[in-house]
Write a protein that binds this ligand. Structure first.
Ligand code: URA
Length: 219
């Protein structure tokens, strides 16, 4: 199992102080580093940015209760990467199938903006997460920050793999990184990311996984 930050993780002083404020303001909410969701033997890992204040930080599950989660979970359900019903709460019984979701930064940052230092400090958790997934074949990065965090975790040069929506990067050893614009409210409201564009990314993931050798298909 990969290491996870403790519920009182103090590695990022600004994020720890924000957590203390949020615990006082919203005592009945989760308010802790948000753990990854989904099976560790998944072939697909989706990497977001960081928990939203009133979404994942309140619910304790990535993208759950976040505006971005509405599109993400609807898409995962549509393509069979999840089963059940998404009800925007942690105990909705939704199951991810062959898929895991994590964030580049595990704690909610003020104004949704982690600093470079915070991203660097949290990266070992992402690195361990990736290294602990024996069947991992595809990583979907939601947004540039996630893309850069994944590349650094894999020891790759950022300049060698420019971010582009829908672009598939070969990470070697049967592992692909696919970029998507983040499914945030801002990106969907401005039309930068449409449902169709987002679904195309997961269609591509399905194609890759379907063409995978039997040993990697869980057959
Ligand atoms: N919620 C998350 O968990 N991650 C994001 O990137 C956005 C919202």
């Amino acid at each position: 199992m990969p290491s996870i930050p403790s519920s009182d993780c103090a590695l990022c002083p600004r994020l720890a102080a924000f957590r203390t404020e949020n615990r006082a303001a919203f005592p009945d909410k989760f308010n802790a580093p948000v753990p990854s969701f989904g099976p560790a033997d998944a072939r697909l890992l989706i990497v977001g940015l960081a928990p939203g204040l009133r979404g994942a930080n309140f619910s304790g599950r990535p993208f759950t209760g976040d505006y971005a989660g509405d599109l993400l979970y609807a898409t995962l359900l549509k393509f069979g990467f999840a089963k059940g019903t998404y009800r925007a709460v942690k105990d909705d019984g939704l199951e991810l199938t062959g898929t895991r979701i994590t964030n580049a930064v595990r704690c909610v940052p003020p104004e949704n903006k982690p600093t470079t230092a915070e991203m660097n400090t949290c990266r070992p958790f992402l690195k361990e997460e990736i290294e602990s997934m024996p069947n991992l074949r595809v990583i979907v990065s939601l947004g540039l920050i996630s893309h850069n965090a994944v590349l650094k975790s894999l020891g790759q040069k950022i300049s060698a793999f420019p971010f582009g929506h829908g672009v598939q990067h070969d990470m070697g050893g049967e592992l692909s990184l696919i970029d998507s614009y983040h499914c945030s409210r801002y990106n969907t409201n401005t039309g930068r990311l449409t449902t169709e564009m987002f679904e195309d990314v997961f269609q591509r993931v399905m194609q890759i996984l379907t063409n995978a050798p039997a040993s990697l298909r869980g057959a």
